[in-house]
Unconditional design. Structure first.
Lengths: 395, 461
């Protein structure tokens, strides 16, 4: 018996060791045999690329994080392993969900700080802590002071009210009053989300962005705010329901892919215009491709907000060649990507900038070099309160 | 991921392909690279420490009449560096508080692992001075000892005398390598699967405004932290010991199921054993230990525990923590142990766990005001026994409670005892054991991939 035990231990130990040692270089074997992964399908994003090993890159400070992120994406069956962990966790969450029910609230946590509300099939973040809105950050105040001093005649601010900005158990909107305290001389408006039914109408089921209806409402509100009731509103030519699944940020954060919906968008006929992305003449976004290319229009798979409407850039310019109309300077984030072109169709030239990617000096030079008549700020409730509107000092 | 799938296979390949006489060089270079990866600029500090202490030891050996001078220089150099990087900011804040002045000084960053490798260096130099070990003539071997990557970041603190012979003459073997891999996987699983998940509860609850956390919540946070620090630290020790075995080294154990201890004295014989031994050998015994008058013995004891607290962190709560244990241990040695021996085992265990948990709360909450409120609330002052923060506000807290239960189960040697009992009766357990180890490894990797919460609390040292 002892001899058998010893032999079995010997044999099993060596098999175990061989398997372990074969496992160690698996990431690099995959890399050199099959090449880098292009897309992480389940998460609908490009794979992180391996950073170049150089002294400069190494001493930048984030080489190790980028290398780690790239290795995670290179891992064979990595997506399946992630799926297993997160999926098992979600199944477990559902079994325990009865423990979390607060009878006084419609919010139902399902994991990873994601919630549903009143058992609707919609994912949302919980409203941010009250102190986030009651004690606006110094950076937000600095941002307001910066914009207040700009030598532009007409100034507007339109805030996209997102889920973090509303407590659906006790919805109230004093956001316009609060913003007016800081932005002197601005006309202020916000996307009105008085209840959860309106939220579901205006926002994507599993992403933090507004959907086609919310974006259209935002466009209408902005035009009314800046140009008045008499300005004709562009009507969509049609509503297109694609076969793509719209899988957004809230699904990805916890593998909540069952909260799915078809990607839907309004198609507009905006006439002729020229667009520049970071000063290069090129189309912005992929909307036209998806509407006009039959293969894309009828495609399946996943489609994200950013893939369809366009990414965030330092500067995007739309030139509608309407010299009788005003020039607009629009400062915003990804929410504007769905509406920047249709808003621009009411102006001559429109410059869309992202404060996260542009320096203060570049922004001021942009104003000096172009005849800017109208300034429009379009943060959401989060980016307003945390001061993201403030341009960075340097690259 | 980088360590497991890049660094480890690379070093294993180069090490085992290299001729035996170059293997320490391989370890030294890779260890310095390992350190540089996390601290690209401060690796120079480590290299300077290696070179300086190499010469200090040689000078101590060569100039016997002045060896005390060189020892003192070495102590000043090493403790000076440790004091500067670890305690400068704390010292400045004390002066500022006492004088009311404000200083516009840069914050000094703490080099990773400086507390660990400084103590290793000191053990070497002091043992050379005492004549217990020969001064290492090879700077490479000394560098390997000081910078050896498995225990560089989080211990165990390896005394030079325990590794001296292994630097010169060690024999790697398949059996030892297999044992090392198993130990490494165990440590990885402890850290990634248990520690990281119970950390979430502790960190989330301690991050809340203290007024919003109930008494129940604070006790759960304390228990979660107790488990976090054990599985985190012992996990890293297991990984270090396992990695050492892969290269033919045998390090001493650093933990021995501390949470089954039935007295605080016993707890400290099981927790961070290498640190206790270091303080015993290089502070307590040189001060006289217990071979002196009672007053001096008490003094020696309290000095050791004060220093133990200071070693753990540059803040008042760590000092209080050290003194807390010093007083309790003194009480046990003076009169409490005799009384405890008469109590049932369960009472002794509960007493020990109570003392340890309160100790961890002192260790965790660095702000003294918040600490006072936290401890008060834990004993019902302005507290409530509501479960609301735990159950209603973040589901993730509920879902990680099973890790607490699992952790409590695993902190005992029960599984090992069950396995050892059945292994004798059933041969099938042998292959099953290896399947479980592989499964744990894959599961740990899966958890890493899913970007589970991955803090490492002992990096501050």
């Amino acid at each position: 018996m002892e001899e058998n035990r010893s032999k079995l231990e010997h044999f099993c130990g060596r098999v175990f060791l061989i398997i372990f040692l074969l496992f160690l270089p698996i990431v690099w074997v995959r890399y050199f045999v099959l090449g880098p992964k292009g897309i992480i399908e389940k998460e609908y994003r490009g794979a992180n690329a391996l950073p170049i090993l150089s002294v400069r890159e190494f001493t930048k400070g984030d080489f190790d994080r980028r290398f780690e992120d790239a290795l995670i994406d290179l891992m064979p069956v990595g997506e399946e392993l992630k799926d297993f962990v997160l999926g098992t966790r979600n199944v477990f969450y559902k079994q325990l969900s009865w423990i979390t029910i607060n009878p006084n609230s419609g919010y139902r946590p399902i994991g990873n700080q994601v919630y549903t509300y009143n058992n609707h099939n919609y994912l949302l973040w919980h409203k941010s802590d009250d102190s986030f809105f009651n004690n606006v950050s110094q950076k937000a105040i600095d941002a307001a002071n910066f914009y207040n001093q700009l030598p532009i005649r007409e100034k507007y601010i339109y805030v996209v009210t997102v889920d973090r900005g509303v407590d659906f158990d006790h919805p109230q909107n004093n956001l316009v009053d609060k913003i007016s305290e800081y932005y002197e001389g601005f006309q202020v408006d916000s996307l009105d989300v008085p209840d959860f039914e309106t939220y579901m109408r205006f926002f994507m089921r599993n992403d933090h962005h507004w959907n086609y209806e919310g974006a259209y409402q935002g466009y209408k509100d902005v035009i009314k705010l800046i140009l008045g009731e008499k300005e004709p509103i562009k009507q969509p030519e049609q509503k297109v329901i694609f076969n793509y699944s719209a899988n957004g940020s809230k699904s990805r954060v916890g593998n909540f892919y069952e909260f799915d919906e078809k990607f839907t968008a309004y198609e507009f006929n905006l006439g002729q215009y020229t667009s520049y992305v970071n000063y290069e003449k090129e189309p912005y976004g992929a909307q036209d491709n998806y509407f006009n290319d039959p293969e894309l229009r009828n495609g399946t798979g996943a489609l994200t907000y950013g893939e369809f409407y366009g990414d965030d850039y330092k500067i995007i310019e739309f030139d509608f060649n309407q010299p009788a109309k005003k020039n607009l300077l629009l400062v915003g984030f990804s929410d504007t990507n769905a509406v920047n072109c249709v808003i621009a169709s009411h102006f001559n030239k429109t410059f869309v900038t992202d404060p996260r990617k542009m320096t203060k000096k570049e922004f001021l030079d942009l104003i000096d070099d172009n005849k800017v008549d109208v300034l429009l700020l379009m943060p959401n409730t989060g980016t307003f309160a945390d001061g993201s509107l403030l341009f960075k000092e340097q690259e | 991921m980088t360590f497991i799938f890049t660094f480890l296979p690379a070093i294993l390949l180069v090490y085992y392909l290299a001729d035996r006489k170059y293997r320490n060089l391989v370890l030294c270079i890779f260890s310095l690279f390992f350190y540089a990866y996390g601290e690209p600029k401060l690796v120079l500090l480590m290299i300077i420490s290696i070179i300086a202490n190499y010469y200090f030891a040689l000078l101590i050996t060569r100039y016997k009449k002045r060896n005390k001078l060189f020892l003192v220089l070495s102590l000043v150099f090493n403790l000076g560096l440790l004091g500067f990087f670890k305690y400068f900011n704390f010292g400045v804040s004390i002066i500022a508080q006492m004088t009311g002045l404000s200083f516009n000084l840069p914050i000094i960053g703490l080099p990773i692992g400086i507390s660990f490798y400084t103590f290793q260096i000191l053990s070497y130099v002091i043992d050379v001075y005492r004549g217990k070990v020969e001064a290492q003539k090879s700077i490479i071997k000394l560098g390997t000892y000081i910078a050896f990557f498995p225990q560089l970041i989080a211990g165990p603190i390896v005394q030079y005398k325990d590794i001296e012979k292994q630097l010169d003459d060690r024999r790697e073997s398949v059996a030892l390598f297999i044992a090392g891999v198993k130990r490494f996987i165990l440590g990885l699983a402890k850290k990634i699967i248990i520690a990281n998940n119970v950390a979430y509860i502790a960190d989330t609850l301690y991050a809340q405004p203290i007024a919003e956390v109930s008494t129940t919540g604070l006790w759960i946070a304390a228990i979660a932290y107790m488990l976090q620090i054990y599985f985190d630290f012992s996990g890293y020790s297991d990984m270090a010991i396992g990695l050492g075995k892969m290269f033919g080294f045998n390090f001493l154990e650093n933990f021995n199921y501390p949470y089954i201890a039935k007295s605080v004295s016993d707890f400290w014989r099981r927790w961070h054993i290498s640190l206790s031994m270091w303080f015993r050998d290089y502070v307590y015994i040189p001060l006289g230990g217990n071979r002196c008058s009672k007053i001096k013995w008490i003094r020696n004891f309290l000095i050791v525990w004060l220093l133990t607290g200071i070693w753990h962190g540059a803040n008042w709560n760590f000092i209080i923590w050290g003194v807390y244990y010093g007083i309790i241990l003194l009480c046990e040695k003076l009169f409490l142990s005799k009384k405890l021996e008469k109590a049932p085992a369960i009472i002794r265990w509960l007493y020990t766990m109570f003392v340890v948990i309160i100790g961890w709360v002192i260790f965790r909450v660095e702000d003294l005001g918040a600490l006072a409120i936290t401890l008060g609330k834990m004993f019902g002052i302005n507290g409530s026994f509501s479960l609301s923060l735990i159950f209603y506000d973040d589901f993730l807290l509920v879902s990680t409670l099973p890790y607490i239960i699992f952790g409590i189960f695993l902190m005992t040697p029960l599984i090992r005892k069950i396995y050892v009992y059945f292994e004798k009766k059933c041969l099938l357990l042998i292959p099953l054991k290896y399947v479980i180890y592989l499964g744990l490894f894959v599961l740990s990797v899966a958890f890493l991939l899913s970007n589970a919460y991955n803090p490492f609390i002992y990096f501050r040292f």
